[in-house]
Design a protein around this ligand. Structure first.
Ligand SMILES: C[S@@+](CC[C@H](N)C(=O)[O-])C[C@H]1O[C@@H](n2cnc3c(N)ncnc32)[C@H](O)[C@@H]1O
Length: 359
C-alpha cells in the first residue's frame, strides 16, 4: 500500500532530514484519509518500493518550492533560505498540494529519483592518483600516467572533473584550490600515493541510461529537487558543483553502460591510463548488462599493455551484517594489481584510506 511505502520512506529520512520525514509522515496519513495526496498519487497505487514513490512525491514538492511557485511553503525549506517549523508544515503544504495537484501528479509519474553526488569526487581523486602512479611504477616510469576517465552511470556528469575540484585537507589543498567547488574530504589516512604530483586528465566521457543535462535549468532543478532541503552541506556542494560544471561542460551520452564501454574501449591511447569508473550504479544494472559489462572489460584488460594500461575504479556499496559499507576498489592491467583502497560514507565523505587486497 502506498501509505505504508510513504511511512517507510519517512522512517528512512529519520535523523537525516526531519523536514522530509514530517512531510512524508503527514502525506502517508493523508493517503489513508483519501486526501489530496491520493489524487496526486493516482496511477501510482501499485508502484514498487524500489521506485521510491514517497521520494518522488517529496522531490516534486521540493521542485515547486525551488521554482518559486509555493511561497507559503518555502518558509520551511532551508534550500531557499527558510527555516522548518514542523508543527505547521502540513497546514502550509495543503494549499500548495491542492493548487498544484495536476503538476505534481505529472511530475511524480514522469520522473525517477536521480541524484549525482559531487562528494564522490574526493575518493575518485585519491583513487586516480593511486592508479596513475601504480601504473607508472609497473611500467618502470618516473612520471605518473595521464588519465582518460570513462564514467558509466554518470547522471549529470558532476564527477567528471575531479582535477578541477579543490580538496581541503588539514595542511594542504589538493586539486584546484581556486575551484568553485572545494570539498572537505574528511579523510582518515591518506591515499597511498605521492599527493604532490598533479593529476593530469586528458580525456573524459560519460554515459547514463537517463543522462541529466546540467547545462539546462530543467536538469539543474531535476538533480536539486532530490536533495533533501534541510541537508545544507549536501545542498551547497551540489550548487557549487553545478556552477563548476557550467564553466567546464562535459557531455553525458544516453547509452547503456556495456555497449558504450565497448565503443570507448575500442581505441586505446598510447601513454595514457584509461580508467573505467562507476559509483553507486552496480545495484541498478540488470544481470544481462552486468555479464556483458564484465565481458567487455575482460576483453579490454586482455589487450592492455604497459604503454596502454587500463584501470577499473569503483565506489560501490557492499552489504555488511547490519548495514552497507561503501568501498573504493581498484584493478590495474596489465600490472595485475587488485586493491581495496578503503571505505567511506555513501556520499563520498568522510572516507577512510586503508589498503587491503581486493579478493
Ligand atoms: C544513484 S545514481 C549515481 C550517479 C553517479 N554515479 C553518482 O555517483 O552520483 C545511478 C545512475 O546510474 C544510471 N544507470 C543505471 N543503470 C545503468 C546502465 N545499465 N547503464 C548506464 N547507466 C545506468 C542511472 O540512470 C543513474 O543516473
Amino acid at each position: 500500500m502506498l501509505a505504508e511505502l510513504f511511512a517507510a520512506a519517512a522512517h528512512g529520512c529519520r535523523d537525516r532530514s526531519p523536514l522530509t520525514q514530517r512531510l512524508l509522515t503527514d502525506a502517508a496519513e493523508d493517503l489513508r484519509q483519501g486526501g489530496v495526496t491520493t489524487r496526486i498519487m493516482a496511477g501510482s497505487e501499485r508502484d514498487r518500493e524500489g521506485s521510491a514513490p514517497g521520494l518522488r512525491f517529496a522531490g516534486a514538492v521540493h521542485r515547486l518550492v525551488l521554482e518559486g511557485r509555493a511561497p507559503g511553503l518555502a518558509k520551511h525549506y532551508p534550500s531557499v533560505g527558510g527555516q522548518p517549523n514542523l508543527p505547521t508544515l502540513w497546514e502550509d503544504a495543503l494549499p500548495v498540494l491542492e493548487g498544484h495537484a495536476d503538476v505534481l501528479r505529472h511530475r511524480v509519474h514522469a520522473t525517477v529519483v536521480q541524484t549525482n553526488e559531487p562528494g564522490r569526487s574526493a575518493p575518485l581523486y585519491g583513487g586516480l592518483m593511486v592508479a596513475a602512479q601504480e601504473a607508472a611504477k609497473a611500467a618502470h616510469r618516473h612520471v605518473p600516467f595521464c588519465v582518460r576517465l570513462l564514467e558509466v552511470g554518470a547522471s549529470g556528469g558532476l564527477n567528471l572533473r575531479p582535477h578541477h575540484v579543490g580538496y581541503q585537507l588539514e595542511d594542504a589543498v589538493l586539486g584546484d584550490p581556486d575551484s568553485l567547488l572545494v570539498l572537505d574530504p574528511e579523510w582518515t589516512g591518506r591515499p597511498p600515493a605521492d599527493l604532490g604530483h598533479r593529476l593530469r586528465v586528458v580525456g573524459r566521457a560519460g554515459c547514463d541510461l537517463n543522462p541529466v543535462d546540467v547545462s539546462t535549468e530543467d536538469g539543474r532543478l531535476h538533480l536539486s529537487s532530490f536533495v533533501w532541503a534541510d541537508q545544507l552541506v549536501r545542498w551547497n556542494r551540489l550548487r557549487d558543483a553545478l556552477d563548476l560544471a557550467a564553466t567546464d561542460p562535459v557531455r553525458v551520452d544516453r547509452a547503456a553502460g556495456p555497449e558504450w564501454l565497448a565503443r570507448q574501449l575500442g581505441r586505446a591511447e598510447r601513454d595514457v591510463l584509461t580508467v573505467v569508473w562507476h559509483s553507486v550504479v552496480w545495484q541498478y544494472v540488470s544481470p544481462a548488462d552486468r555479464a556483458m559489462g564484465r565481458a567487455v572489460l575482460a576483453d579490454a584488460a586482455a589487450k592492455a599493455t604497459p604503454t596502454t594500461p587500463l584501470a577499473l575504479l569503483v565506489f560501490e556499496p557492499r552489504r555488511t551484517d547490519d548495514d552497507y559499507r561503501f568501498e573504493l576498489l581498484l584493478k590495474l592491467w596489465p600490472a595485475g594489481i587488485s586493491l581495496n583502497l578503503g571505505h567511506g560514507a555513501g556520499h563520498g565523505t568522510p572516507f577512510t584510506w586503508n589498503v587491503t587486497p581486493w579478493e
